[in-house]
Design a binder for this molecule. Sequence first.
Ligand SMILES: Cc1cc2nc3c(=O)[nH]c(=O)nc-3n(C[C@H](O)[C@H](O)[C@H](O)COP(=O)(O)OP(=O)(O)OC[C@H]3O[C@@H](n4cnc5c(N)ncnc54)[C@H](O)[C@@H]3O)c2cc1C
Length: 354
Amino acid sequence: MVDYLVVGLGLAGVSFCHTLEKENRSFVVFNDSSQRSSWVAGGIYNPLVLKRFKAAWHAEQQYQLLKPFYHSIEEKLGKDIDHPTPVLRRLASAEEQNMWFEAADKPRLSPFINPELYDYQNPSIDSPFGYGKVMGTGRIDTKLLVESYEAYLMKSGRLVRESLDPLRLEHKNDTVVYGSYKARRIVFCTGFGLSENPFFNYLPLTGTKGELLTIKAPNLQEKHIIKSTAFLIPIGGELYRVGATYKWKDKTNTPTAEARDELQVQLDKFLKCPYEVVDHIAGIRPTVTDRRPLVGCHPAYDNFYVLNGFGSRGVMIAPYASGYLFNYIENGQALPEEMDIRRFDQKFTQSALN
Ligand SMILES: Cc1cc2nc3c(=O)[nH]c(=O)nc-3n(C[C@H](O)[C@H](O)[C@H](O)COP(=O)(O)OP(=O)(O)OC[C@H]3O[C@@H](n4cnc5c(N)ncnc54)[C@H](O)[C@@H]3O)c2cc1C
C-alpha cells in the first residue's frame, strides 16, 4: 500500500513525484513511452510571450518557484539540467523596436526586459534592427531530466515500465487497486494520453503537435537563445535546436517532411551560415481549449486526480501546478479556478448523460 499511484513521467509526473518525495509520501509510477512531449521539448523557460510582448500567465509566481525547484532536483539526481541562457528577441522592424521600448515601461514586464536595444552582432545572423534582451531565461534539459528521474526511480523499485489501463482500476472504499498495487490515490500525469482515459476524456484536451530540428552549424558560435521566426537554441558543441511547429490535426509522434521544410524556411530567413540537419523529432503538447492547465479531482471518484494541460509552457508551469495539486489534496487548499478542472463539470455531466 502506497500513498499514490502516479501515471506518466514527463514534466508533470517528475514534478509531482519530486513534490511527493519532499513531503515524505510514498508512491509508485507507471510510465510507458506513448507520449514524448517532455522528451522532445526545447526546454526554454521565459516569463514573456515574445510574439506579443506581454507576460505569460502567472509568470511571476511560476518564475519564483522555478529555480529552487529544478535546482533541488539537480542536487538529488547529481545532474546539470538548468542552463541559464539569455533569450535575444530579434527585432524585425523599427515598429518592433518601439514595441520593445513600450514593453520595457510596463511594470509587470520591466523586471524581465532590458530596456536598451542589445548591442550585439553575430556575423552568421541577419539582424538589421538589433535585439531585445530578456532576463532570467534559460533552458531545462528536459530529456536528461526525465531520463535521469526514470533511472532514479527504477533504482529504488518505484517505477513500473508499463501502460496503465484505467479500465482495470478498482475503486474500493478509500483505496485504488491496480493488479497487485494498492494506493490511497491515483494521479494521472499522462500528457496528451489523457484523451484516451475514459475517466477524464470529457476534458477538452486538444493536443498540438510540435516538431524540432537539431542542426550542426560550426561557424555559428552563438551562446544566446535567439527568438526570431523560429527559436534557435544552443545545446552545446556546434549543435542547435530549431523549432517549433504548431499543428492541430496530426496527433502522431512521427516527424514529417512538411515540418522540416517549414522550419528550414523560417531558419533561412535569419541564419546566414551553412548548417546540416542532424536530427528531427516530434511530440504532442497537451494543450487545452482555454489555454489553462487541467488540475484537480474527478467529479465522481474522489481519489482520482489529474495534472495536465501544460501546453507549450511545461517547464514553468510544472512546479507551480504540482505544488497546488499537492496542497489541494493533502491540505484542502483551494485550486485557482482558472486551472481547476471543475470549470468543466458541465461537460462531465453531459458526457455522463450520453
Ligand atoms: C516540439 C515541442 C517543443 C516544446 N518546447 C517547450 C519549451 O521550450 N518550453 C516549455 O516549457 N515547454 C515546451 N514544450 C511543451 C512541454 O513539452 C509540455 O508542456 C510538457 O512536456 C508536458 O508534460 P507532461 O508530463 O504533461 O506530458 P508528457 O511529456 O507527454 O508525459 C506524459 C507521460 O505519460 C505517459 N503515459 C501516457 N499514458 C500512459 C498510460 N496509460 N500508462 C503509463 N504511462 C502513460 C507518456 O508515455 C509520457 O511518458 C514543447 C513541446 C513540444 C512538443
